[in-house]
Design a protein around this ligand. Structure first.
Ligand code: ZN
Length: 202
């Protein structure tokens, strides 16, 4: 069964996980901020910020050292990416970061930073909004939900290869609310078609 959260920015939420998050009280200043839900008093926001600095690949993502002396880790969250993007650690780039803030007033604030775009002068050398399989621009959308066990293993193998950014989370059980994800229209179309061929009810 698939459950979608529409319209966009409906009350959706995220199952709190500390994976890859920084717990801190210092909120970065973001632009184009959207609040995309609230669940049990937990607030979810997402926005963008930019910095100039160096970028070094690390086992869990990339280390950013800003020209202002800031130093932090960002994750690379684009699915299906086999390009193995390796920036030159000695070069200064313009780095766009997608930041999600999960917070509960007076309790906690988790900040998740993802690499959105890297530019070397005028040249864009990394763009997380492009589907690596279809080379089309993806949108940030509240994820769709599907029951993991309804799909055979072959589906997941195909998904990894052919439609990784279908915008759907395949879950063992329906938990809390949902997160925002990159969603590629072409991946979504192929995923739907495959689900239909498999006779999976939606
Ligand atoms: Zn795609």
């Amino acid at each position: 069964m698939r459950i979608y959260h529409f319209p966009w920015l409906a009350a959706v939420s995220l199952v709190l996980t500390s994976c890859g998050a920084t717990n801190g009280t210092k909120r970065p200043r973001l632009r184009e901020t959207v609040s995309y839900g609230e669940f049990s008093g937990e607030k979810l926001e997402e926005g963008k910020r930019s910095t100039t600095g160096t970028l070094k690949k690390s086992p869990s993502g990339f280390e950013v050292t800003g020209a202002d002396g800031s130093h932090f880790l960002v994750r690379a969250a684009r699915l299906g990416d086999r390009s193995d993007f390796v920036p030159d650690p000695g070069k200064e780039y313009r780095i766009d970061i997608l930041t999600r803030i999960v917070s509960r007033p007076k309790a906690y604030t988790y900040i998740y930073d993802e690499l959105a775009k890297v530019s070397d002068g005028e040249r864009v050398i990394y763009d997380a909004s492009l589907c690596p399989v279809h080379r089309v621009t993806m949108m940030r959308k509240p994820e769709g939900r599907a029951t993991k066990d309804d799909y055979p293993r072959s589906f997941y193998r195909q998904r990894e290869e052919k439609f990784p950014n279908d915008g759907i989370s395949y879950l063992g059980c329906v938990e809390g609310g949902s997160d925002l994800r990159w969603s590629c229209p072409e991946c979504y179309r192929l995923s739907e078609r495959r689900a239909k061929e498999l006779g999976i009810k939606e």
